[in-house]
Design a protein around this ligand. Sequence first.
Ligand SMILES: O=C(O)c1cc(=O)[nH]c(=O)n1[C@@H]1O[C@H](COP(=O)(O)O)[C@@H](O)[C@H]1O
Length: 237
Amino acid sequence: MDHSLIIALDFASVNEVQKFLQPFEGEQLFVKVGMELFYQEGPAIIHLLKEAGHQIFLDLKLHDIPNTVKSAMKGLARLDCDLVNVHAAGGKEMMQAALEGLEAGTASGKKRPYCIAVTQLTSTSEEQMNKEQLIPVTLKESVLHYASLTKDAGLDGVVCSAWEAGAIREKAGDSFLTVCPGIRMPQDQTQDQKRIATPESARNAGVSSIVVGRSITRSSNPLESYQQWLKIWKGVN
Ligand SMILES: O=C(O)c1cc(=O)[nH]c(=O)n1[C@@H]1O[C@H](COP(=O)(O)O)[C@@H](O)[C@H]1O
């Protein structure tokens, strides 16, 4: 799980996914299935990606009352993904319920999926957080607070930006996962992301794993682009 480059498969259909994955034939990837793809294709897309030997982050960002999240996680555990997530804003009781559900749904003898919590989305700026969410602290304070709540709830780590990953690691320890989206090469467009970092600075900040979407999936040569990203992320010259 540690030090992975997770490709966000933000596509609308299984056909688009298959077309994207064609040049990667034979490569074992760590891929992320998010709302766009899962809401269209459902569990079948997970089975297909698992059969191809890929590791899977099922990114559905659960955020509801504890009982609902627990039941939903029980069902999701049966899909046997490697990593799932919730929103830390749902609270400690909800996060504990997520874990209970996952444990209840994991087949005996199998390891439950890692479970992490989104702190503040990487598309959120401090100004937005202060004005729209009415959270009157710095963004870093809010993210650190959510990270400690997540750790207290017993989860395995957080989704955060590379800007906060070092401070979280210092407080929560090296085994607490920091999974960071909002990663861009200097020449890339920022798009809707606000707290961005290069793969090199993410590595230097001690980030556990990075999530990369459009820079690879929308590139004219996704395989070549993935290989370049991987070299930089792993620090290979
Ligand atoms: O949970 C996530 O994966 C996530 C959390 C977050 O704070 N920011 C964020 O961008 N993501 C996801 O990470 C991916 C980033 O994609 P790109 O911006 O295209 O690289 C998208 O699939 C987002 O849904």
